[in-house]
Design a binder for this molecule. Structure first.
Ligand SMILES: NC(=O)c1ccc[n+]([C@@H]2O[C@H](COP(=O)([O-])OP(=O)(O)OC[C@H]3O[C@@H](n4cnc5c(N)ncnc54)[C@H](OP(=O)(O)O)[C@@H]3O)[C@@H](O)[C@H]2O)c1
Length: 267
């Protein structure tokens, strides 16, 4: 599929039968955008769920991400081929560099050349990056050229709104994909969000997802439960007022969840 649906399903932490079942439920509920990664260890289950779902491959937007250990010239393309085999597809729709290599084992120009090569060889329709800072994204645009990078997938939720990164990407026509949109459940307890949800007879999760969509972001919440998968998807129909958007903007407290020791110097 060429276009990235604005609301997709994340699969981080989902393993084995749980991953298989959740992806199958999501496709059945109407999701047409699935986000996985080599490091999640569930590409085979995601692939089986897609195949068994009976949903036409060309109606699904499928993303995977190349792990840090596979960025070298020798490892990159073989690792992508292994992902495609596990996913049971000829190509993914989007291939991301999962994290920039801040340790500098592989130069950015080297792994971005491999990313472009994977696209050239037809292993992916689109290419992109994840967890890139503004400086790294600018560098990547210089290496690849304008108009090549589809998305920068970064952490965005009400407690980490990442506005500098969003502005930088949007000014360069690069789609921001917000990961961990629910802060892995933490924002669901928020009283401001709960009061906004009550205004709309919506769930807090729907409010948070609508807040992302209204900023022009793509969002990829994860759930293993049919009820949550279904109601989350309905967030596309929810419209927040300017005042509600402003109240949510005030909740930012720079609270980052995905912050491993190999993180770049965040903006
Ligand atoms: N690029 C990166 O480095 C990176 C890093 C992290 C994540 N990601 C991507 O982003 C996706 C989303 O992040 P995430 O999975 O870590 O966290 P998340 O989507 O913010 O939160 C998932 C959690 O929220 C719960 N949940 C979902 N919908 C709910 C609802 N309507 N009501 C109550 N609880 C609900 C889920 O539990 P139930 O299963 O019980 O519904 C699950 O525990 C990942 O799956 C992954 O694809 C990318």
């Amino acid at each position: 599929m060429n276009m990235m649906p604005s609301l997709g399903m994340g699969t981080f932490r989902l393993e084995g039968k749980v991953a298989y079942g959740a992806v199958k439920m999501a496709l059945d509920a109407g999701y047409r955008h699935i986000d996985t990664a080599q490091i999640y260890g569930n590409e085979a289950e995601v692939g089986r769920a897609i195949t068994d779902s009976g949903v036409a491959r060309d109606t699904i937007f499928l993303t995977t991400k190349v792990w840090l250990d596979n960025l070298s010239e020798q490892a990159f393309i073989p690792s992508v081929k292994e992902s495609l085999a596990k996913l049971q597809v000829e190509a993914v729709d989007l291939l991301l560099i999962h994290w920039p290599d801040v340790a500098g084992k592989v130069a950015m120009a080297t792994y971005l050349a491999q990313l472009a090569e994977a696209q050239q060889q037809g292993q992916t329709r689109h290419i992109g990056v994840s967890n890139f800072t503004n400086a790294q994204l600018s560098q990547a645009i210089e290496v690849l050229g304008e108009g090549r990078i589809m998305t920068n997938q970064v952490e965005v939720h009400p407690y980490l709104q990442n506005r500098r990164v969003i502005e930088h990407c949007q000014a360069r026509n690069i789609q921001v994909t917000g990961f961990m949109p629910l802060a892995v459940g933490k924002v669901l307890e928020d009283e401001v969000l709960q009061s906004i949800a009550a205004n709309h007879q919506a769930s807090v999760a729907q409010v948070v997802l609508a807040w992302q969509l209204q900023q022009g972001l793509v969002t990829i919440p994860s759930s293993t439960k049919r009820g949550n998968l279904e109601t989350n998807l309905q967030a596309t129909a929810l419209e927040l007022t300017a005042d509600e958007m402003a109240r949510i903007a005030q909740l930012d407290r720079g609270e980052r969840i995905a912050n491993p020791d190999f993180s770049p110097a965040w903006d």
